[in-house]
Design a protein around this ligand. Structure first.
Ligand code: B3K
Ligand code: ZN
Length: 879
């Protein structure tokens, strides 16, 4: 642990930049160990900076750079004019406008943090968000300094593809035979959107004609071996471009849009202006190698990065506290896009599952922070589920409050008013208010208060007056640094179901669904002319990111599962039923009493399984029991063995009891047809494979043979991976190993499939033991410096293998601590993320809690930690 703590940065300390950079001209002379970077910056005093007439010193951020020279207006600066400090350079300035020239040397080959300029399989690439540009050259590396960039790249002839942002304006060969290309991006941008790529790449090309008739060239670059895996991303890109024109009126602005796939990448993708860089796993797909989930993820991420061109690039963030301004909004945009392209209900269910499983846990843990954080030590730690997913829910609530047309008026005004600016979440809300004459004063608290609000709902019905009353209480729990929270403005969408199952009219217009605006700590809503005691369908479509409590009986939940016209609530009723049953079973397990199958749940699932009118994808979602991870969010102390025992008991019971129905639906859906990633085909495969998994859970040889036959058919990765996963989880270990070996032999040349293969083993609750995980780390295809491999093997075990990670001897925790310590030396961002399961120690029962805390302390005491890891570990251990 460090003796001196990293500095905490506060939102309240924000100051406008002292200097602006109108133009940034860069030249890169590429070399793995000694890349020369020359920058020529047109600097001027910021007229809006608060300050005196005397010229302040100019601060330039810079990390891991070798400074070669500095000149102002062509004159080399003597050493007394500047001071090199940790994290940058302070320059004495005697003019209010000047040209600053800086030369630095960097070593991309030595850069394992994958931030700044680095090499991936011999390809040069960059990642600058949030603060990676300072690893390339000295610069005011903050998003409110926006500049027009020109970039020249010089490279040996074995790097024929040289890319940067904007339009290519020049290319040629130097006297010594090296290649040179110059790019210019006419749109002023912050340094975090800068990108450079150089390699021996191939590309596929397409075109898109925008709504105003301009033709845009679309190019997708990969290593030659992957060139056959680009079609889906290209199609997704064209769909995204069209959707953004139709739904938001946003047209693309450059003549070219490029995407590059790289194997070494810290996250999914990056929206660099005109030159998006993607993690290969989030862009490359073919039916033989990618699952349906991968196809849908690619469509969503391509859309997300493309949408950033407006929500993030044309209008960017003033400072990093405003990150959700671009991320929350863009996640909302991509979610709506995916909902329009696929099943809206299923997309919503998937997003809410992530939110309730992981974001709620974050909001209740030591790193809890508001959607707009007040402080941070390391901004990379704030690319969180709260900023992204809860941020998107906040935008969704604005959409619900203002309606689709009002929201569009607001977004039009926001883009028009702030085009070319670096702005704040407040500016976004003000645009929404101004365009609609709306008052979102109280709503703003969603940006500043952390924690998941809890709504307690009670109701009464008076047969005589035909009045139905709903009483809603809201409460937001304390979180680190925040107590006594104020009531929020919460839109709660509701309907009232009558005995027949249909929704009762709420007023004379026949309206059957209404958004209640909950703004008080305790509030009553009265509905007149309700002819019978209704059953409320609450928080329809999950209209707010809250925990809602209402004392539904088992019968009422079964009724909602059958009749609710809101598919989300239909699904959620089944989840509540399962949650209740599983929590009673956990209690029984602890008491040592015999476990009994919950008949009502079986009845509910049986009805769902036989309902051929429902979207098969929704049926698959309704059949899935809450994951072990979701069950940890039930409240109370987490008892890992009890969760596992209860869940396995119900799963096996459901499998055995409903085996004939699972078999029938499996057979009906198991038809041979060419693979197509359409919503309806994806839906059918998801139900088919859900049935297969239950069938294999019976352990019955005949059922395992169905999976073997499906694996042998081998015509698409969705079916192959599902069959293999079922065999690995439920079949005998020796056979599982044989299938895994054969699968590896077949796919060893394909990086993405090998990653799937790793993940499938390390996350298997039966097969993925710690010994096997350690063995996987010794496999020739495992690479500690590659985040995808680390996420697949170590992340698969620690984050998706609840049973093995929580082995009673604590070995899983000690293993994770050991890996985190090693990773921190190479890649702090990945280390700080993968440590997450250890940060939740307080939630577990006594012995586990002590073991997890001890593992975390091992990390803390292991020596000097990166700023990233220090922040997470110290906050998690703080009293
Ligand atoms: N904006 C990037 C995330 C950058 C993360 C930096 N640590 C990807 C995205 O959200 O679109
Ligand atoms: Zn984003």
């Amino acid at each position: 642990m460090k003796d001196t703590q990293p500095r905490t940065i506060y939102l309240k300390d924000y100051r406008a930049p002292e200097y602006l950079v109108d133009r940034t001209e860069l030249t890169f002379d590429l070399d793995p160990y000694a890349t020369l970077v020359k920058s020529r910056l047109s600097v001027r005093r910021n007229p809006d900076a608060n300050g005196t007439d005397t010229l302040p010193a100019l601060w330039l951020d810079g990390v891991d750079l070798e400074l070669l020279s500095i000149a102002i207006d062509g004159e080399l600066l003597p050493a007394h004019r500047y001071t090199e400090k940790p994290g940058g350079l302070l320059l004495n300035v005697d003019k209010s406008a000047f040209v600053l020239e800086v030369q630095t040397r960097i070593a991309p080959e030595a850069n394992t943090s994958l931030e700044g300029l680095y090499l991936s399989n011999g390809m040069y690439c960059t990642q600058c968000e949030a603060e990676g540009f300072r690893k390339i050259t000295f610069y005011p590396d903050r998003p409110d300094v926006m500049s027009v960039f020109t970039t020249t790249i010089v490279a040996p002839a074995n790097y024929p593809v040289l890319l940067s942002n904007g339009n290519k304006i020049d290319s040629g060969t130097t006297a010594d035979g090296r290649l040179t290309v110059t790019w210019e991006d006419p749109f002023a941008k912050p340094s975090y959107l800068f990108a450079l790529v150089a390699g021996d790449l191939q590309f596929v090309e397409d075109r898109f004609v925008t709504c105003s008739g301009r033709e845009v060239t679309l190019q997708l670059y990969t290593e030659p071996k992957n060139i056959g895996k680009c079609e889906h991303a290209m199609t997704s890109l064209k769909h995204s471009m069209k959707w953004d024109e139709e739904v938001y009126g946003r047209e693309y602005d450059l003549d070219i849009f490029m995407i590059v796939a790289v194997d070494h990448f810290n996250m999914g993708a990056m929206e660099n202006k005109g030159l998006n860089i993607f993690n290969s796993a989030c862009v490359l797909a073919s039916p033989e190698t990618a699952t349906d989930a991968a196809f849908q993820r690619i469509e969503a991420i391509v859309a997300h990065e493309y949408f950033h061109n407006w929500s993030g690039n044309r209008v960017t963030c003033r400072d990093w506290f405003q990150l959700s301004l671009k991320e929350g909004f863009t996640v909302f945009r991509d979610a709506e896009f995916s909902a329009d392209m696929n099943s809206r209900a299923v997309k919503r269910i998937e997003d809410v599952t992530v939110l309730r499983t992981a974001q709620f846990a974050e909001d209740a843990g030591p790193m809890a922070h508001p959607v707009r954080p007040d402080s941070y030590m390391e901004i990379s730690n704030f690319y969180t589920l709260t900023v992204y997913e809860k941020g998107a829910e906040v935008v969704r609530m604005i959409h619900t409050i203002l309606g689709a047309d009002g929201f569009r008026r607001g977004s039009d005004l926001y883009f028009e008013r702030h085009d070319g600016q670096a702005v704040t979440c407040e500016d976004f809300i003000v645009a929404m208010e101004d365009a609609n004459g709306a008052d979102l004063q109280q709503f703003r608290r969603w940006y500043s208060q952390a924690g998941t609000p809890v709504l307690d709902v009670e109701d009464t019905y008076d047969m005589e007056t035909q009045e139905y009353r709903l009483t809603i209480r809201q409460h937001t729990p304390d979180s680190p640094g925040q107590v006594d929270k104020l009531p929020l403005h919460i839109p709660v969408s509701i309907a009232l179901l009558g005995r027949s199952g249909s929704a009762l009219p709420l007023d004379s217009s026949g309206e059957v669904e209404r958004v209640l605006h909950v703004t008080e700590t305790c509030q009553e809503f009265v509905f007149g002319n309700i002819p019978e005691r209704p059953l409320p369908s609450l928080l329809r479509g999950f209209s707010a990111p809250v925990k809602l409590r209402y004392g539904y009986s088992v019968e009422q939940l079964l009724f909602l599962m059958r009749h609710d016209s809101d598919p989300f609530n239909q699904w959620d009723a089944g989840q509540r039923l399962a949650f209740d049953a599983l929590s009673s079973l956990q209690q029984a397990y602890r008491n040592g009493t015999e476990l009994e199958l919950p008949e009502s749940l079986i009845d509910g699932l049986s009805a769902v399984l036989e309902n051929t009118r429902l979207d098969p994808a929704l049926v698959a979602k309704m059949l899935a029991l809450p994951s072990a991870q979701e069950l940890t969010e039930q409240g109370g102390e987490i008892d890992a063995p009890a969760i596992i025992a209860a869940r396995n008991f119900v799963r096996d019971g459901v499998a055995k009891t409903l085996k004939p129905q699972f078999r029938a639906r499996y057979e009906a859906l198991n038809v041979q047809k060419p693979y197509c990633p359409t919503a309806s085909d994806i839906a059918e495969r998801s139900l088919k494979n859900t049935c297969l998994s239950y069938l294999c859970a019976t352990g019955d040889q005949e059922m395992l043979a169905l999976a073997e036959a499906q694996l042998a058919r081998d015509d698409n990765m969705t079916d192959s991976a599902a069959a293999l996963a079922a065999l690995v989880e439920f079949g005998p270990a020796d056979k599982a190993q044989a299938h895994l070996d054969a699968f590896y032999r077949q796919w060893q040349q394909d990086t993405q499939v090998v990653e799937t293969w790793f993940g499938l083993q390390s996350s298997s609750p039966t097969f993925g033991t710690l010994d096997r995980v350690r063995a996987l780390m010794q496999h020739s295809a495992f690479e500690f410096k590659n985040p995808n491999k680390v996420r697949a093997v170590i992340g698969g075990f620690a984050m998706r293998n609840f049973a093995q990670f929580h082995a009673p001897d604590g070995s899983g925790y000690a293993f994770l601590a050991e890996q985190v310590i090693a990773l921190d030396k190479l890649n702090p961002q990945i280390a700080a993320r993968i440590v997450t399961p250890l940060t939740r120690w307080r939630k577990y029962r006594a012995e586990q809690s002590t073991q997890i805390q001890a593992a975390l302390k091992t990390v803390r005491d292991s020596g000097e930690l990166s700023r990233d890891l220090y922040e997470v570990v110290s906050k998690s251990l703080a009293d």
